[in-house]
Design a protein around this ligand. Structure first.
Ligand SMILES: [Zn+2]
Ligand SMILES: [Zn+2]
Ligand SMILES: [Zn+2]
Length: 197
């Protein structure tokens, strides 16, 4: 089986977690460009055989960073994390798929937390984490839509709640995320419908 390496970052343009895999062979052979599905940002990786030069879109500070890493660290081992020099926080992961996936989940959560305005501080607890992963599952099977017919929406993390806002009509659905029963309620739902405007 061909050896694969995964790359993960948060797109500064649209806020999505971006995950790509490339074979070690392909990474050695040519410069790699790993675009976000919004098409606005891309991570690039290029090697001279000894080192990799990376251009990383940074979802933590919203900028872009250049990094150089030993080719060995990029191509072998469990993986590495690259830190944002502005905020001193990890903003990009490279390595084994499972490791990168797990690290990216943590990163997506941290970035969402950072984006919540100070007076609506993120409820940093297990319930919020569970609610967000439940929402991710529902969204993953296409279960979130708006009464206006739209399937495009944004999610904002509030204190003890998550707001899902329709990107077309602006309708809003608030999902409480503070207690066990909030989580139980959500787990029973196969689909979520934003009421529309
Ligand atoms: Zn994007
Ligand atoms: Zn940064
Ligand atoms: Zn709508």
């Amino acid at each position: 089986m061909e050896e694969m390496r995964s790359f993960g970052y948060i797109c500064p343009a649209c806020g999505k977690a971006v995950l790509h895999s490339r074979s070690v062979f392909a990474l050695n052979a040519a410069a790699a460009r790993m675009e976000c599905e919004c098409g606005k940002e891309a991570l690039t990786a290029e090697t001279d055989g000894l080192r990799f030069r990376l251009q990383v879109p940074c979802g933590v500070c919203g900028g872009h960073h250049q990094a150089e890493c030993a080719a060995d660290a990029v191509l072998r081992g469990r993986g590495i994390g690259l830190a944002c020099p502005e905020k001193q926080e990890l903003c990009c992961y490279i390595g084994e798929d499972a490791e990168v996936r797990r690290a990216m989940e943590g990163l997506a959560l941290r970035v969402a937390k950072e984006k919540a305005s100070p007076d609506e501080a993120f409820t940093d607890n297990v319930i919020m984490y569970e609610v967000l992963s439940e929402l991710k599952d529902i969204a993953g099977r296409g279960g979130i839509s708006c009464a206006c017919g739209s399937h495009r929406y944004t999610m904002q993390v509030r204190r003890g709640a998550v707001d899902i806002t329709c990107a077309d009509c602006g309708g809003r659905l608030r999902i409480p995320a503070a207690t066990d029963s909030d989580l139980d309620d959500l787990c029973c739902r196969m689909t979520l419908t934003i009421p529309g405007k």
